[in-house]
Write a protein that binds this ligand. Structure first.
Ligand SMILES: *Cc1c(COP(=O)(O)O)cnc(C)c1O
Length: 403
């Protein structure tokens, strides 16, 4: 859905006002849940006329979207400086794969950051490969090496920042500039920071992708994704998603809009709590590394300070001299942290991870830790009180070492 930018307004104001223009919302605060597949026409002439208009905002058939979904798209577009429109997808993964299919064709080469979300790697190695797209993984912390792996068939670069699980911040403006110079389109998975914390298009990326399942939904009860871009790429995204038949339900779009209104305050609170917990963890003898972009000394912290205007509650740490059994004892002993995938909800979660199976190129010793001590735990910090979460972690660490 295309929408005008209201770049002058503050982010909090845009979160509140976005997508609430009278056309879609009517005279209520929240756009109604507009459930519809079929548009009824007066006569055959009107039906033939209707089919000609494939613009956003012209209701023709449910698969092309309806007012509730358009409201959400417009609100997301208004949050991304430099954007022309946003396409919604049934999940974050659908947004990533849908956007890659929109910009690539058989014979092209795709470069994928080595610390990408695992399903992004799998799409490159799976469906995209089957449809004739080749891929190369690259180390995002090595811009010179990155520049060297382009060939004349390289058409797209898939970025993600901070890196999945290991949380390194790379120099997105530098990588996006190289991609542009080489004639490749750059896409970034911006789920961690959202457009509130990182203005992806302003920093040189062409397409910003967000798993709305995480912070925008914010309440662990919906799946959705979005891709936001300037006019040229928006047209391609929209055309491809219509050909793929992607739709999101108006009920879920309405839930996502509800989540979006409070996303700013939730992110601020989570970020502050996460930093407090990260600083506490850093002092603990059980911990080898805390991987948190907001934490001074973390890989890429300086770039985070330079390019980002916000953080979030998701970060990781690595246990020192502990094995998987000890790690599981710690996680199992947690009371306030749920054990589960996903993140960005109001509740805290913990998850064990190992790096070696999901990396091809990155040189871990360079960052001061090797695959051998990759006994990692990822935390998604929610809205609980920081003191309670810290007390919970402290008792779980004691349980870990009591064996
Ligand atoms: C969860 C996630 C996705 C995928 O979102 P789904 O809605 O679960 O498909 C994509 N990127 C990142 C970084 C994620 O954490």
């Amino acid at each position: 859905m295309a929408g005008g930018n209201k770049d002058k307004l503050g982010k909090g104001t845009r979160l509140v006002t976005g997508g609430r223009s009278g056309d879609f919302a009517g005279h209520v605060v929240n756009p109604p849940v507009w459930r519809a597949s079929t548009h009824l026409y007066e006569n055959c002439a009107a039906l033939r006329e209707g089919v000609k208009n494939n613009e956003d905002g012209a209701f023709f058939y449910g698969r092309r979207g309806a007012p509730t979904q358009w409201s959400l798209s417009e609100a997301l577009t208004e949050l991304e400086p430099g954007a022309h429109g946003t396409v919604l997808y049934p999940s974050g993964v659908a947004a990533i794969v849908g956007a890659l299919m929109a910009v690539l064709r058989a014979g092209d080469v795709l470069l994928v950051t080595d610390n990408a979300y695992d399903p992004t790697r799998n799409a490159a190695m799976g469906i995209l490969k089957r449809y004739g797209v080749e891929h190369r993984f690259f180390d995002p912390l090595d811009p010179d090496g990155f520049a060297e792996i382009f060939c004349e068939r390289t058409k797209a670069v898939m970025l993600e920042c901070p890196g999945s699980l290991t949380m390194e911040v790379c120099d997105i403006p530098a990588l996006a500039r190289i991609a542009r110079e080489k004639g490749a389109v750059s896409l970034v998975d911006n789920t961690w920071a959202t457009s509130l914390g990182f203005a992806a298009l302003e920093h040189g990326c062409d397409i910003a992708i967000t798993a709305l399942t995480k912070h925008v939904g914010g309440h662990s009860d919906l799946m959705m994704g979005a891709a936001t871009a300037g006019e040229r790429w928006y047209r391609r995204l929209r055309q491809t998603s219509q050909q793929l038949g992607h739709v999101v339900s108006p009920d879920d779009a309405s839930l996502a809009l509800r989540g979006l209104r409070t996303m700013g305050v939730r992110l601020e609170r989570e970020t502050a709590t996460a930093l407090e917990i990260a600083m506490w963890l850093e002092q603990r003898p059980e911990i080898a590394h805390v991987l948190c972009p907001m934490l001074p000394g973390s890989t890429g912290h300086d770039l985070w300070e330079r390019d980002f205007t916000g953080g979030c509650g998701l970060f990781s740490f690595v246990l020192k001299d502990r094995d998987d059994a000890a790690r599981c004892r710690l996680i199992d002993a947690l009371d306030l942290f749920g054990i589960g995938y996903s993140w960005g909800g109001f509740e805290s979660l913990a998850l064990p991870f190992d790096v070696a199976p999901v990396r091809s190129r990155m040189a871990w010793p360079k960052q001061g830790w090797g695959v051998e001590d990759s006994c990692g735990i990822r935390l998604s910090i929610g809205l609980e009180d920081p003191a309670d979460l810290i007390a919970d972690l402290e008792q779980a660490m004691a349980a870990m070492d009591e064996g």
